[in-house]
Design a protein around this ligand. Sequence first.
Ligand code: AKG
Length: 285
Amino acid sequence: MIDYSIYDQPVLPSALPLENAEHFQLTAANIEHFTDNGFVVGNGRISAEYLALLKADLHELMLPGHVGHELWYEYHSNESDDPNTILFHALGAWRLRTSFHDLLWHPAITVPAKQLLGTSVRFWHDQLFCKPAHHGGVVAWHQDYSYWSRTEPMNHLTCWIALEDSTIANGCINYISGSNHWDLLPITGLTGGMEAIRRVLTPQQFERFITPTPVELNAGQMVFHHPLTVHGSFANRTERPRRAAVINLIGDGVSSGTDDALLQGVPAVPKGNALNGRFFPLLRG
Ligand SMILES: O=C(O)CCC(=O)C(=O)O
């Protein structure tokens, strides 16, 4: 089994689009929307052909006993706290399959990421969040940086990619618009109840949860969010699954804040040293 993290560029570049970078660029109005609200839908998309590759690989990666299982940073076939629902959540697919590896270099992701981070872009890690039909679980409200404070300064970005149409009914991502301007909140759990966050909010902040902003996306579309933007997603009770690939990025120069390993199975980056090298490749944008 090849560990694709040895490749610091796409393994099969011909599968990626050839269009000029301008094709994927965010407009000034898009960037203003991100600055004000903490999220913005990208202008590019992943082609139907590439999505088919990702979904075929994902299907296999969700089966027990698949080749390369030892390479995951984290693998939860069901991370839901509710025994009646399922939330598949895994980190590290880029090491196991070329489709997920090469996705990091997709210009629909890297071009806007460079604009939003304002610097060269490095890969931090990837994630898969999959809710099966009928009994897909929730992802509780959270800020991503609550989980990443072991890396600093905060210059991080998340790109959430819909692998199939993602709608209010099947549990699309929701944002609390403007929460990117809030302070960092403590961790209150990723897969328990949606109300868990309430205990760390002011009454004024809690009021904002009456009107979250759902972002419905067609298959292949993506939305970018700031590391402090509070987001979460509700259950999927429809007849269709809701699967997403997430790419988490950092600006070049983000450093380790610990001498411990940043991700399971990845050699530690000494405290104060910038993340770079094999596990945190530079992505051209
Ligand atoms: O897929 C979801 O519903 C939530 C994803 C998420 O929490 C994230 O990308 O940080």
